[in-house]
Write a protein that binds this ligand. Structure first.
Ligand code: UT7
Length: 331
């Protein structure tokens, strides 16, 4: 059975950068509150006319270029997003079309903040089984248009942002390299702690002005509860994933935690006993781009030569569902 290795990475964010100060004009918040509680300084939000598909396409093109292959060499696409441009079909087929790929399967998954980790595991399964050789994995979100940009929504609007990251995976016969293992979980008992209730298909009528005004179409989050679980589940999952591989946190060259809050990343680092050099954070410049945080950070690290051949790279995420998980790769 071949292992899956990363052949190329890419990222794309909207041109518009939104500094914390912009929120001060439209809601009761301060730059200081946002920096202290979350670590975020600015984030990228789309402007009218920009699309999530275009962000995904650009990230994919960059990953394909680094991999040295064309879109027609791809065998499958696994696309993680909870903010598709349209209700259906998912963004995967639009990116398949925009890339000019063959009529390969484009599989859309959700899994919220853990979307990219789950997508990697799915792509790895195809490659290991010998079903597909070259798989494009994308994590992409446009969260900004779903935010309540008022004091009512200040606990979420300042956190979430837009962007895309992608990797191209391919097979490798060296069992010491590539995706070594993963650990995935959900706990649906806590689904309503972080969710968007409506517009759901069970609602009659599906769209209702009154329920929109009540805020039912915006993200609702019990921040403290999410924080508490995130800081426990991510270290736990990293330990489980590494334990199955007879590795320990001391073996980690680079941990990229999902970028939800710098304080959460710091707690995860502390929980695992890692040094600053072992952990990468970029939430300061991007905010929480949900399924895109990990591939954006991974691409930054690869292009800055922060990852060298032989490094143990660990990716861990936690979010709505609750869903969480970890992937360990030997570069
Ligand atoms: O990707 C996974 C999903 N998300 C997460 O992982 C996020 C997890 N949670 C968190 O990161 C934190 O809970 C938050 C950053 C969301 C909130 O930080 P906190 O330290 O837990 O604050 P809090 O919710 O306890 O709120 C403290 C106060 C409240 O005011 P009162 O009730 O004490 O008067 C909030 O209304 O801060 C207020 N507040 C704000 N104030 C200024 C909430 N948001 C803001 C804001 N600006 N943007």
């Amino acid at each position: 059975m071949p292992n899956s290795i990363v052949l190329g990475t890419g990222r794309s964010v909207p041109a518009r950068s939104v500094p914390n100060r912009e929120f001060e004009a439209v809601m009761d918040t301060t730059d200081e509150w946002i920096r202290t509680r979350t670590g975020i300084e600015s984030r990228h939000w789309i402007s009218p006319g920009e699309t999530g598909v275009e962000l995904g396409r650009r990230a994919a093109v960059a990953a394909l270029e680094m991999a040295g292959i064309g879109a027609t060499d791809l065998d499958a696409i696994v696309y993680a997003t909870i903010t598709p441009d349209h209700f259906l079909p998912g963004n995967g087929v639009f990116v398949q079309r925009a890339l000019g790929a063959n009529s390969i399967p484009a599989i859309d998954i959700r899994q919220q903040c853990s979307g990219f980790v789950y997508a990697l595991a799915i792509a790895d399964g195809f490659i290991k089984a010998g079903v597909y050789r070259r798989v494009l994995v994308v994590g992409q979100e446009v969260q900004s248009t779903r935010m309540d940009v008022s004091t009512r929504g200040r606990h979420t609007a300042v956190l979430f942002a837009d962007g895309a990251g992608a990797v191209v995976l391919g097979p490798c016969d060296d069992p010491q390299r590539g995706i070594l293992g993963y650990d995935l979980h959900t706990d649906g008992r806590l689904a309503e702690k972080l969710w968007v209730d409506e517009p759901g298909a069970i609602r009659i009528p599906t769209i209702d002005q009154g329920r929109y005004q009540e805020g039912r179409y915006f993200l609702e989050m019990d921040g403290k509860e999410v924080y508490r679980h995130a800081t426990q589940r991510m270290p736990e999952s990293v330990q489980t994933c590494l334990g199955k591989l007879n590795l320990t946190p001391a073996d980690i060259s680079l941990l990229i935690p999902h970028q939800a809050n710098l304080r959460i990343s710091e707690a995860v680092q502390k929980g695992l006993g890692l040094s600053d050099a072992q952990v990468y954070n970029n939430i300061q410049r991007y905010g929480n781009t949900t399924a895109a945080t990990i591939p954006i950070a991974l691409d930054e690290c690869v292009r800055a030569s922060r990852i060298e051949p032989g490094d143990l790279v660990v990716l861990t995420a936690f979010g709505s569902g609750f869903a969480w998980g970890t992937v360990a790769l030997r570069w």
